[in-house]
Write a protein that binds this ligand. Structure first.
Ligand SMILES: CCCCCCCC/C=C\CCCCCCCC(N)=O
Length: 533
């Protein structure tokens, strides 16, 4: 569907206004200081360069102790966290004690390595957790000032499953206020930086996880995603992440809980530096429901049907895709065709142009019980005085608000949203759902950019808020998506692609991610990048 002249004009006008506003904003925005450091130190400890499953094997075989591994990660966090501000509360001494107990257990185990592998596949491996998830003894504020003294008494089910598999949490990581923004920033913990360039955003809402993993200061982590909150930070920080098919991993124990129809769009999933850790993590986090995904079934990539969609067709609300990202996706297409001997079909799907409108409409629709979802303003008011968005905006301008501009902007935006869904948009959504389900079936894989821009500078999303719809649309469709890194741009920032499959066909996108890691090199040490700092 070609754009009308008016739409093209509107798009250009909007982009010109955005650039002007951002330039003015930059003049007044406070500058961050990193003590003259523009790049992270590179990784020197080889233990930090092993996938979690390999670390677990080495620990079980007593080739390395869990204490050594946990200490190596603590040292790296202490080295980089002052620069990236990703971990907001640690539990280092508890983690070291737990690691010592693991080493003792392994020493005393008489059943052999296989017994341990079966019962405790992640035994002794450190993990990090997004602060929005309950982790016993740790804060669970989700960046809301009024929740700052709240300490979790229990673990969220997904966290509990990882701990039960033997993982040792090192601490909790930053997120956007109430998990509803593309940048991890709040007034409780501050802003998180991108490890590849401290002036760039780490993404959101699981940006603390993205940044700490990208920095090589964690190997596996846990995130959640209702509009891209796993995939956007994974993309900006050059790591892997998986948004599972809905209904596999429990969303309980995270704040805020989804309400109304939103419950069908929120997913909890793994974030990690090495593709080989995705399947084991998903199997653990999904508990018995992971069986529905047949994750151990072999996937023959040569027998899959591949599609590449280079952009959303040109919504005037959304930026055009960066040239380097388009080129990276083309490289993937060429490589798949050359290696696997298959034809990748390039497609344009007209309904994708309405991705934001579809996401917005569905997110504000009543649930099956007819109840409307909790509004963002109501969530912001939790435990404190009621938040009136326009008054809060006035306070923000004077520097008196405890909320971020993004959160206030969102609360204001929803005031103007109609509660009557547009029949046209609902029709577009149904058409898109049917088209993609038919296209992907049980053997189709689709490549799509994760975002129009490579990690932008801090606060830029305030001026391009609808760009997240590149990821958000797949939450509404309930499809599994793996975010996969594709090397670095000319500026040394991560490139990447979303790999989408049909419902419950997660193993197809996970297998494609494993292949692309081999083909394009996967995660890179940010201390060794060659691009401009
Ligand atoms: C300060 C300007 C704010 C304008 C607000 C415009 C409205 C945009 C609507 C929604 C943005 C939501 C971004 C969601 C990002 C990912 C969320 C997630 N948890 O997966």
């Amino acid at each position: 569907m070609a754009l009308t002249r008016f739409e093209r004009f509107l798009g250009r006008l909007l982009r010109a206004v955005v650039w002007m506003l951002f330039a003015v904003f930059k003049l007044f925005a406070p500058q961050q200081r990193h003590g003259g450091v523009s790049r992270l130190p590179s990784i020197t400890n080889p233990l930090l360069l092993l996938p979690a499953m390999q670390l677990a094997r080495k620990i079980r075989r007593k080739e390395v102790t869990s204490v050594e591994v946990v200490q190596a990660y603590i040292d790296r966090i202490q080295e980089v966290n002052p620069l990236i501000n990703a971990m907001v509360k640690d539990r280092f001494s508890a983690a070291l004690q737990e690691a010592a107990q693991v080493d003792k257990l392994i020493e005393e185990e008489t059943g052999g390595e296989d017994v341990l592998e079966d019962r405790l596949p992640l035994l002794g491996v450190p993990i990090t957790v997004k602060e929005a998830f309950a982790l016993q003894g740790m804060p669970n504020s989700t960046g809301l000032m009024t929740r700052k003294d709240l300490v979790s008494g229990i673990d969220a089910p997904s966290v509990a499953l990882l701990k039960r598999a033997g993982a040792i949490p090192l601490g909790v990581t930053n997120c956007s206020e109430l998990c509803m923004w593309l940048e991890s920033h709040n007034h409780l913990y501050g802003i998180t930086n991108n490890p590849y360039n401290l002036e760039r955003i780490a993404g959101g809402s699981s940006g603390g996880e993205g940044s700490i993993l990208g920095a090589g200061a964690s190997v596996i982590g846990i995130g959640s995603d209702i509009g891209g909150s796993i995939r956007i930070p994974c993309f900006f920080n050059g790591i892997f992440g998986h948004k599972p098919s809905v209904g596999i991993v429990s969303n309980d124990g995270q704040y805020p809980p989804a309400s109304g129809l939103q419950m069908g769009f929120l997913t909890t999933g793994p974030m990690c530096r090495y593709a080989e850790d995705l399947i084991p993590m998903l199997s653990i986090m999904g508990g018995p429901d992971a069986q529905k995904l047949s994750l151990s079934a072999e996937v023959d990539l040569k027998k899959l049907r591949f599609y590449s969609v280079p952009h959303n067709g040109g919504s005037p609300l959304v930026s055009p895709v960066d040239v380097e990202l388009l080129q990276a996706q083309k490289m993937v297409v060429k490589r798949i065709e050359a290696d696997l001997g298959v034809k990748v079909q390039e497609l344009f799907i007209p309904q994708l142009k309405y991705s934001f409108q579809i996401w917005g409409t569905m997110m504000s629709s009543p649930g099956k019980d007819g109840k409307l979802p909790t509004t963002f303003a109501e969530l912001l008011s939790e435990g404190g005085k009621k938040v009136w968005p326009i008054w809060e905006l006035f306070k923000w301008c004077l520097g008196f608000s405890s909320h971020t501009l993004a959160a206030i902007g969102l609360a204001s935006f929803e005031m103007f949203q109609s509660s009557h869904p547009s029949p046209f948009i609902l029709q577009q959504k149904d058409n898109l759902q049917q088209e993609l389900e038919k296209l992907l079936g049980t053997d189709g894989v689709l490549l799509y950019p994760p975002h129009p821009h490579i990690a932008p500078t801090h606060h830029y999303p305030i001026f391009t808020p609808f760009n997240f719809s590149y990821t958000g649309i797949f939450n509404i469709l309930g499809l599994p998506v793996t975010q996969c890194p594709l090397g670095l741009s000319s500026e040394g920032l991560p490139l990447g692609v979303q790999i989408v499959a049909g419902k419950l066909q997660d193993r197809l996108c996970l297998a494609t991610a494993l292949y692309l890691e081999k083909a394009f090199g996967g995660w890179r040490d940010p201390g060794k990048t060659t691009g401009k700092p």
